[in-house]
Design a protein. Structure first.
Length: 101
């Protein structure tokens, strides 16, 4: 993974975009008038966020027409797609499997 980075005229360094190969990153068009300098470098691996699983029990919650499997605190763990019946079926399978461990 490679990043196209740019430095603003004020000195702040930003990641403009990430690419799978160096060639793709080097071919990315950049308007130099907006930047003090621009370069391509290997992307630093993103730090792992929280490696602990969300707290149990998980349950199904509806927000409009979309179903979500949420943890104890109401934070979404999984977004469900498909018909209402499929979302309910998938949520039942997921919650049953996770909550009975």
């Amino acid at each position: 993974m490679y990043e196209v980075r740019a430095e603003t005229k004020e000195g702040e360094v930003l990641v403009l975009r990430r690419f799978g190969t160096r060639a793709e990153a080097e071919d990315h068009p950049v308007t130099m008038a907006f930047w003090k300098r621009v370069w391509v470098q290997p992307a630093e691996p993103e730090p792992l966020r929280d490696t602990n699983p969300p707290p149990l029990p998980w349950r199904l919650q509806w927000r409009g027409i979309r179903g979500y499997v949420v943890d104890t605190n109401g934070k979404p763990v999984v977004s469900l797609l498909g018909t209402l019946e499929r979302q309910e079926h998938a949520a039942k399978l997921i919650c049953t499997a996770v909550n009975t461990q």
